[in-house]
Design a protein around this ligand. Structure first.
Ligand SMILES: [Zn+2]
Ligand SMILES: [Zn+2]
Length: 330
């Protein structure tokens, strides 16, 4: 019994085209094998979702379903079948682009979060990050064949790496080109699949990497390391690694762009007479002269004592707000 496509995608019967597309995209992401490797039913669920999307994304097909249900679609000659798509990655690409060209798919990107403190953000720091990523299988060197066994031209696509899928709809035939599900676009298949990676040419492994975090980085900024993400399918480039940097709040300084703001307690008589006081900077305490007549509430600006500007030689300022030391000098 085919399921209700609205229910499958989790949208209401009045959902807009945009909402339907968004719901499907969301679901597809969740079911993607790189994200959801532990769910053995993910592929089946994704195909169901794709069928639901095929119905609801086409205005006339949707209207037919709304009036006559699945029976109406069937008697109109519409019989969705996504078994020919093979892997979810191929199906995903078929819907969302990126796989329009034949050939093995590029690897996906990976994100990893890192927290540093303000001093590290000011000076720059090297951090070791650790993450799970798909790597080339070293047993078969990524070609998917058990070493010493022959690799032959793919029977299914005749070596072209792509297939034409013809879908019959009530409104005519739809032809779509997609990567071959047997060879995944490679055009060649192993006669005996690699026993380590079961012929995929790739394996998931934990990876460690030293990442240089540049001086001046801000909270929430991302560092992109090209080609350090998931390995691509045979011969295709790897995805990227994104290191998402958060900078922890500091007790002494508030950051405002490249400037830092701090406060200093000053006894009123001292400020009136002038004095030398120690101000905390990122590099430690520095003596600062207060001119006679300085009032609490004034702001001293120490140039070049703020944060370094990212990838530039200049630095921001340290602004020191003079606060009246309570209980003294009234
Ligand atoms: Zn292998
Ligand atoms: Zn093929």
């Amino acid at each position: 019994m085919p399921q209700d496509p609205y229910e499958l995608l989790g949208v209401g019967h009045d959902a807009s085209e945009q909402e339907i597309k968004k719901a499907f995209r969301q679901l597809a992401r969740e079911l993607h094998p790189d994200v959801n490797a532990h769910d053995p039913d993910a592929e089946e669920k994704f195909k169901d979702a794709a069928e639901a999307y095929e119905i609801l994304s086409d205005a006339e097909r949707r209207a037919t379903y709304d009036r006559y249900g699945h029976e109406g679609l069937k008697s109109g000659g519409y019989a969705p079948n996504f078994d020919g798509f093979g892997s979810i990655g191929d199906l995903f690409n078929a819907f969302f682009g990126g796989g329009a060209a034949a050939g093995p798919a590029q690897g996906e990107s990976v994100g990893v979060a890192v927290e540093i403190d303000l001093i590290e953000a000011a000076q720059g720091v090297t951090r070791k990050v650790s993450f799970q990523a798909v790597d080339r299988c070293e047993h078969c060197h990524g070609n998917g064949a058990e070493p010493g066994t022959p690799i032959e031209t793919c029977d299914r696509c005749g070596g072209a790496g792509q297939l034409q899928a013809v879908t019959r709809t009530p409104f005519g035939q739809m032809v779509r080109t997609m990567p071959c599900d047997v060879c995944h676009g490679d055009g060649r298949v192993a006669t005996k699949p690699c026993r380590q990676c079961r012929g995929r040419g790739r394996l998931t492994a934990r990876r460690e990497l030293e990442v240089d975090i540049p001086a001046g980085i801000s909270d929430g900024q991302r560092i992109r390391l090209a080609g350090r993400g998931h390995a691509g399918e045979m011969g295709a480039p790897a995805g990227d690694l994104y290191v998402i940097v958060s900078v922890a709040a500091d007790d002494r300084f508030v950051r405002e762009g490249d400037d830092l703001i701090t406060s200093l307690d000053v006894a009123a008589p001292l400020a009136a007479l002038g004095a030398t006081l120690e101000v905390s900077t990122l590099e430690g305490g520095v003596p600062v002269e207060l001119a006679p007549g300085t009032q609490p509430g004034e702001v001293l600006t120490l140039r070049e004592q703020g944060m370094p500007a990212l990838r530039r030689s200049r630095r921001g300022s340290l602004r020191v707000g003079l606060a009246k030391l309570s209980g003294v000098g009234d």
